[in-house]
Design a protein around this ligand. Structure first.
Ligand code: AHR
Length: 319
């Protein structure tokens, strides 16, 4: 680990660029796992960004378990690394380990999800406005159904994670003002394709073989892709008999949109590491403290937005 006291004006004068400051720095990445295509792309882009910047990245896959992430952070602290990236699987339970990192003077940057700890315990958080993503999805559906009665089923993300909590809130905020729209069933599919399919099968069974369902709102594309398969197997036409709106913008959902089997997605960039490393490089260079939240954009894509073209441009990005 480089001593942080070296990072004052003298060091800044000796080292000409912030990129040079990153060269040789060691960063630990406590990743959640590989539950979705989006997550795989975030991992691939983080490794690529680190390599381009000469950062030595130590990667840990927690297999969706918070205890594994906490153990990884403790191991990074013991190794005396220069910074930690954390994509927190759930919002609660981080105070102690974040305090330990702070005591060791190791800056922590949160990626894509939030924690309920004090923001003094981390340097910055890079992510989207998760409530807004749910609102964008809800607004798309409101416009698509107009005055028609619409019974909605919802596939939630990992229980206790901020995307599951906030994407639900945002969507509900929007449909609350529309008496013709109602969420009739809502269950977690844990952000995975397999569970998205399984839970959708139970929704279809409970809702007259799916005939009583007007739309599916899935908190991520992977669960939507699993659900599409379940809808097809139930003899219905996904994207037509049941409208489908989800979040992420992974290649497979663009393929489904091009085939008419999905209707809309709200893009979440998997490049969280770029802004995170930019912030760390500035911090390493002269102690510059970034904003506490670095927000990425959320863009809506529909079948009118050249889904096949979007599929082609994204398919090699590690999804
Ligand atoms: O935290 C971001 C979410 O986590 C993505 O939307 C989802 O695909 C992933 O598992």
């Amino acid at each position: 680990m480089k001593t942080r006291t070296l990072l004052g004006t003298t060091a800044a004068l000796m080292i000409s660029t912030t990129a040079a400051m990153a060269e040789g720095e060691t960063v630990g990445f406590a990743q959640i796992g590989s539950e979705s295509g989006w997550r795989a792309a975030e991992t691939a882009l983080t490794k690529q960004q680190a390599e381009e910047r000469g950062i030595d990245l130590r990667f840990s896959d927690a297999q969706q378990k918070q205890e594994n992430q906490i153990a990884a952070i403790r191991s990074f602290i013991a190794q005396g690394i220069d910074a930690i990236l954390l994509a927190p699987v759930v919002a609660t339970g981080w105070d102690s380990v974040l305090e330990e990192a702070q005591e060791a003077e190791i800056p922590v940057v949160l990626l894509d999800r939030q924690v309920d700890s004090s923001d003094e315990l981390y340097l910055t958080a890079v992510g989207s406005n998760l409530v807004h993503e749910g609102e964008v999805a809800g607004e798309w559906l409101v416009n698509a159904v107009g005055d028609q009665e619409c019974r909605i089923v919802e596939l939630q993300g990992t229980t206790g994670s901020t995307p599951a909590i906030d994407r639900k809130t945002g969507f509900e905020n929007v449909i609350a003002g529309h008496d013709n729209m109602e969420i009739v069933r809502s269950q977690t599919g844990d952000f995975t394709r397999a569970q998205g399919k399984e839970v959708m099968e139970s929704f279809l069974q409970a809702e007259n073989g799916g005939k009583d369902i007007c739309a599916l709102y899935a908190h991520n594309d992977d669960m939507a892709v699993g659900a599409i398969q379940a809808i097809r197997e139930a003899g219905l036409a996904p994207g037509k008999d049941i409208l489908i709106v989800s979040i992420d913008g992974v290649p497979d959902i663009f393929k489904a949109m091009a085939d008419g089997e999905a209707n809309a997605t709200v893009e979440l960039t998997p490049n969280m590491a770029g802004p995170a490393f930019d912030a760390l490089e500035a911090y390493w260079a002269d102690g510059t403290a970034p904003e506490k939240f670095i927000q990425t954009e959320s863009r809506l894509f529909t079948q009118d937005d050249d889904p096949m073209g979007e599929y082609e441009t994204r398919k090699g990005l590690g999804y």
